[in-house]
Design a protein around this ligand. Structure first.
Ligand code: HEM
Length: 433
């Protein structure tokens, strides 16, 4: 989530690290030494200590972190926890010791439903929801399949391939461009800006956000008069309601939808990593593709593409996990911790990857009013890639068994995932997939 980063990690002091945003850890707290080498073990240990934690990031921003499943579900539907962007920024600003360069584009990045409450939120969500439907996602499926096939066709089978830069990111950027109706000639620039916006890297991100904002304003003007069938056109001219999004709301919505590129790319990458690091899983999916949807849910649960939800703030004193939290404090849910909470009903082996787990009540797409809009799209894209890759490359293997996590407080992505694919056995029969 782009604006989420803007608020959660982006509004904190940053240092550039391999093109990703790094929130500097304060020793002994959430991101203590060694955290990024074994983030899942670390959150399991954190939750075992307590279901609610007070954490201070090195920027000085203090948040309450919920690590228990039952508390998380309650928090994500609690009317005392709200999301209004201005209040969240005001709370963070009170804690900041340095001016934040991203503040000048916060208004662009945060004017959308994820930072609205109550009726304002439900109005925007309703308009977007009437057009961003499951049917629209299903209509995109053949293009997702065709794009995946052509990306895989171009990969070398003998040398190492970086799944992040060669498959997951280009595929998901293309899918989001298809969804929004970004003209083919503009895609290279669009991709460049989008990647720069995502890294949350001070001046570079500010410039890219402004350039993208100006490009999208022009595109919206163009589509007002020459609409097509893409999501942006139908959001400009909703068919199912007379209510309209303002230009600012449209722009904010597009910026929010763009963030789906990164989370979905993360899902593809962590899925391949987890399958190849759990012996037998890759071939199991190859031989029994009908349980792919169940396997995708389990990977979402086990290694969620987002580490935490976005910020909420308390409007009155509340209590979580026996811990009183005063009014005016920031709260986040640590999704990795709550998904692996063994106290969840019927999830006693929560720290184990079980590709056939059902039911699977993970919170990786959130819960309650702000439940993720992009869940169906991400599930389709992940299933398409996994089906094709397991089918085509039975001997695929990791070059390095240790995952190199991007040190980002909210996004759970890998900096790179080098693979040797081995022989491509299915290319001639691709049409059968
Ligand atoms: C695997 C991929 C994805 C994951 C794990 C994910 C996760 C999430 C989560 C956890 C939230 C709730 C945040 C909170 O309550 O603080 C959320 C909200 C949202 N997501 Fe996603 N997301 C993914 C992909 C996408 C995609 C592809 C799109 C769109 C193209 C998208 C659009 C949205 C929107 C619009 C919201 C805000 C809903 C609201 O505020 O009512 N997401 N997502």
């Amino acid at each position: 989530m782009l604006a989420v980063q803007g608020v959660l990690s982006g509004r904190m002091r940053r240092k550039s690290n391999g093109g990703t945003c790094a929130v500097e850890p304060r020793s002994g707290e959430l991101f203590a030494d060694g955290f990024w080498d074994r983030p899942l073990d670390e959150v399991d240990a954190l939750r075992a200590q307590s279901k609610v934690h007070r954490s201070t990031l090195t920027s000085g921003v203090r948040v309450w972190v919920i690590t228990g499943y039952a508390d998380a579900k309650r928090a994500l539907t609690d009317p005392s926890l709200r999301k209004d962007a201005r209040t969240i920024h005001a709370i963070i600003d009170r804690q900041q010791t340095q001016p934040d360069p991203m503040a000048q584009v916060a208004g662009i990045l945060d004017t959308h439903m994820l930072f609205l409450d109550g009726l304002d939120h439900s109005r925007v969500r309703r308009i977007v929801g009437m057009e961003f439907t499951r049917a629209r996602v299903e209509a995109l499926r053949p293009r997702i399949e065709a794009r995946t096939t052509s990306i895989l066709d171009a990969l070398p089978v003998d040398g190492p391939v970086d799944l992040v830069s060669a498959v997951a990111c280009p595929l998901m950027l293309a899918v989001i461009c298809d969804l929004l109706g970004i003209p083919a000639n503009d895609r290279e620039l669009f991709n460049e800006w989008t990647q720069a916006v995502m890294v949350q890297d001070g001046a570079r991100t500010v410039r890219a956000t402004q350039a993208l904002n100006s490009y999208l304003s022009t595109l919206i003007d163009h589509k007002r008069f020459t609409p097509d069938d893409d999501l942006l056109s139908v959001l400009i001219h909703p068919r199912a309601t007379s209510d309209r999004l303002s230009t600012e709301e449209l722009l904010g919505t597009v910026f929010l939808l763009l963030t789906g590129f990164q989370t979905s790319a993360n899902l593809i990458t962590t899925a391949v990593f987890q399958l190849l690091s759990h012996p037998g899983s890759w071939n199991r999916l190859r031989e029994a593709p009908w349980f792919l949807p169940t396997a995708v849910e389990e990977i979402l649960r086990f290694d969620s593409p987002m580490r935490t939800t976005t910020h909420r703030y308390t409007t009155e004193p509340v209590e979580y996990g026996g811990q009183p939290i005063p009014a005016g404090e920031l709260v986040v849910v640590w999704l990795h911790a709550v998904n692996r909470d063994p106290d969840v009903v019927r999830c006693p082996d929560a720290a184990t990857l079980n590709l056939e787990r059902s039911p699977n009540s993970h919170l990786s797409f959130g819960h309650g009013a702000h439940y993720c809009f992009g869940a169906p799209l991400s599930r389709v894209a992940a299933a398409v890639v996994l089906r094709r890759m397991t089918r085509r490359y039975p001997e695929a293997r990791l070059v390095d068994v240790v995952a190199r996590h991007a040190p980002n407080a909210i996004m759970n992505g890998l900096l790179a995932l080098p693979l040797v694919l081995g022989p491509d056995v299915a290319r001639p029969r691709e049409a059968d997939l």
